[in-house]
Ligand binder design. Sequence first.
Ligand code: PLP
Length: 867
Amino acid sequence: MINLNVFRKSLLDKLLMNPRIVRAEGNLLYTDTNEVIRDYLSQYGALPFGHNPSFAIGALQDHLLHRRPVFTQPIFQTATEELAELLGRLTGGQFSRCTFTNSGAEAVEAAIKLARFRTGRTAVLSVVNSFHGKTQAALAATGSERYAVRQLKDDLLYKKIRINDFDALDAELRTNQYAAFIVEPIQGEGGMYVAQEEWLRHAVTASRESGTLLIFDEVQTGLGRTGSMTIASEFGITPDVLLLAKALGGGVVPTGALLYTDRAWSLEFDRKHSSTFANNGLAAAASLAVLKELERDDCAVLAHVREISRQVDEHCAELGRLYPGVFSWRGRGLMRALQFRDACAHNNYLVNYMNNSGSLAWVICSFLMQQHNMLTVPLLSDPGSIRFEPPLNLCKSDIRDFFEAAGEVGGLIANGRYDHLMAPLIGKSRTSLSVDSLRLAVSDPALPMAPDSLMMSNDRKQGKKFAFLMHATSIPDLIRSMPLSVRKNFNGLEQQRLAELFMEVGAVDSKPEVALRFAVSNEMNSADGIMITSPISPEDMLRLPAAEKRDLMKAYLDIARREGAEVIGLGAYTSVITRGGHAIQDEVHDLTLTTGNSLTAMSTAQVVLEIARHNLIGLTVSVIGARGSVGKLVVSELAHWCDDIILVGRAGSEAAVFEDVLQVLCSIALGNHQHAQRGSVMDRIRRIAERHREEPMGVLSESDPSDCDAAVTLLRRILIGEALRDLGLVAVSDYQSALNRSDYIISATSEGKPFLRTRYVKNGAVVVDAARPFDFVVDDGFQGELVEGGLVQQPNPNVYGDCNMVGCPVGVNLACLSETIVLALSRAEGHYSIGKSIPYKEARKILILAEAYGFSPVKKSVATEVV
Ligand code: PLP
């Protein structure tokens, strides 16, 4: 089977927005299940008279029936000549030249080529947020970041200025280096931003004075969308080149055109430019029919557009009045961006993320299709906006109905009723949802939230701004972050289905965005922070090909930089896919970076010590994932207290795990003088080292033998040679028997899913699970204690979002986040906790620093719903 645009199809399928259309007529789409959908998108504004208008079909039939020429190049055809003539007249009579193309992007390409030939220059000036199509030059001129292609980005050749910025326009054009200034009078895909008439008028004179060609891209605005033939003719402006496409094909043929003046004409362009299918008779017949329809009855269609546009203005104003802070709009005529935002969602990860990433707009579009049989899509380059571009001949009742539905959406968002908005996504009937107390807070109002920096007293010392990169690591985490109305009114299975859906969408579109803004403080210091999240699951993240992992990390880091973060914390699997931060160290050499693994490991070990009251001699401790950075540090710490440690790893890796850990322990034994319990693994290693230190010429007697590879290797060799059996350290791969023998089990793998069962754990044993998602599945009848590792009590009662990240109690958060915060509060420089082998000394320093800033390891027992 051939895959046709997998990304778009998967996304539409997941959002239930991909019905099978079997017939299309006017503004109606008929599906194979006999649904009728009203089309308010009209192929991104390309259907002036809806689908398959009779007059256009008639023109095509007539053309073909009479065997009129379609493709006769190089010989000219009457239809194309007649069309060029009519286009010239309808666009104001100032253009003397015409070239046909097959699409809007091809018209843009041709216009840029024309300008380069004409002026002998190469640079092109365009506008931030603009959209000009997806071919190479058109895309390079496109100012919308959404479609930017790194390989085409060339800020010298294709410079962008802000819309309506007179000074920037003057400053750039005055350099006399631009072949063309290309501008949409209303930016379509970029967010329906309207260029001021005066600015456009100024562009005419400024371009002329600088020898630059002014190109009006009216591919979308042209031929009726705002109630005039073109915006240029409406304003009485003549650009050097005018581009048309979309509506010109009448919804039945793809076509486009450039109209230009004598000033713009170039003999070289004229000689060299052509396109096999452009100039075709059939397209010309359809376009002629479209223009005649637009002209019919004294341009009645245009008058109709102006009238229904006023109706749209009124509806928009009304929604803005009813739902201030939720609804806003931009655009003109039948080109609108309808923006929905939830201003009350600042404490809710999911809604906040949906606001910022644009996925709220997808949820709304799905709702409109499921509940109201209306087709719209988000404006992809303008997060949160819905694209309203119906056919020009839409009737008033269709507009009224649309805005009634949009009003319902506004009401649901304003009242926090995401249960209603999201129910159709999982096929849940809305009739079962209560409406009695319509208004529900988005977040749990009982929870305190992290204050923003404005609320902080300003006598505290300001730390660095930090960004913590995260993603939902499990379905329960995602459920915890749902808005209150969903958590209240969906049953467990429904919540699970919805969470799974978000993760499935995350696998298709994992775009990260800001989910929370806040500030943290202790008595002396404060720092601003943001959480940047993505809906992707750990498993899907691990499955990404290397290049996509890099792209995902780049997207995270771009947002962190955009937000001004100076400290980056790699939460959850952003640490795993960057090999503990290794892979991005160069990219963020100017920022402070941490995986937070030092504090995760040290706080986990401290919790074990606290539960055992520092009394582990004679007990057995298993560490699962001992070769990972967290596991290795946990072993390093517990080796000072424990005389029987089992390192549990994958089958076949036992020897490597053992060697690795032993090397680390030898280095610690030689270099640090921290207290080791008598009889502990560390105590034994130290004693052996001590014995050999007295040997003549021994490298073990160097001033700092821990820094001396030869000393560490020698000690390891001595241990392997003489004392291995007595060390109290073994490596095994048999999980079951290790679990069965152990009094304490510490687990810190990056499996991405639970894979260990408590049924193998002996009664009374303590399991400390530091993995996210958890490594352990809790079986019925578990008689031990299950504790969450890697948690930290912070110096204030903040919570991070209404689910406090992962459902921690007030004032507790993840150790990896705490490490990030501590580095931000202390204005630390450099990179910490990077890679698989974090120096034990560094981890201890982080623990001591965290404690100095008021953060301390904390024990939290896990209810048995962990699974
Ligand atoms: N220019 C503008 C203003 C557009 O809106 C578009 C398409 O949306 C294009 C150019 C590209 O047109 P096409 O998709 O026909 O290549």
